[in-house]
Design a protein around this ligand. Sequence first.
Ligand code: ATP
Length: 300
Amino acid sequence: MNASVDPVITLEHVSRRYGAKVALGDVTLSIPRGGVLGLVGANGAGKTTLIKHILGLLRAQEGRVRIFGFNPVTEQVAVLQRLGYVSEDRDLPPWITVGELLRYIRSFYPAWDPDYAERLRQQLQLVATARIRTLSKGELAKAALLVALAHRPELLVLDEPSSGLDPLVRRELLEAVVRAVAEEGRTVLFSSHLLDEVARVSDRVAMLTAGRLVLHGELDAIMESHRRIVVRLKQSEPAPPRLPGTISLTGGPEEWTVICDGNVDPFIRGLRQDGGEVLEDTDATFEEIFHAYAATPTRT
Ligand code: ATP
């Protein structure tokens, strides 16, 4: 296996249902090594379910999951040796100190580098003798990150790392620490509701809507290809405009706002020939793109 070329995470047609509810529906996704992937989606879109499949906490009911080429359910040790994880609730034992926690975790990792762990503790400004139960929310988030990072995982998975944190700590954690991890050639996957944060930190994004992967790719390419266009149709036009790659369409009956992904130039030429007008034509913001896909589970 060629480690530098093979994807770190591969999901092929992965589905998971809870009764009639589709938590993940036919998700196919391949994440290359290195960089930060921002996983976005509304509440209940399937982000945590997807993360649980990556960690081997859930077995795919259909489809196939591979992490570093390993099956995370049957080869969980091989996967967990290479992976650091911070859950949304950051469950750490409350009675032990930061230093004791590091010593405990060290026992699981033969290649543990104590100098690196110590540097990281200092960088995160955590006091070794402080007990977990005495830490503030921000410090607790840092301690969870310290635990996840100290064994130098090749893949760092963070489920909602910023929830409940103030903007200063968020910047410190995500922009400083997470970017640094990615710059060392390692891979970070983090889920978040904070779209500005995702847009600032991510190299790639993946978006789930009702369990479906509706968008995935390099952030720059996504931002470049999506446009927000406001058109006014000629008065007698009976139907909404049919722009190629329309993701969402609002307004009407004469003035429409369209978020689209595709070459719309031929459409615009035709519209003008028919007496219609383009009132606005701008790049869509990440937030507009997100809301367009969140409103429409499948593309038109
Ligand atoms: P949030 O942003 O609110 O954390 P999410 O995108 O992480 O949401 P998931 O937690 O993955 O979403 O849930 C996806 C869907 O699956 C939701 O509708 C949820 O109610 C459902 N679900 C998740 N776990 C279970 C379970 N154990 N039993 C039944 N339904 C579940």
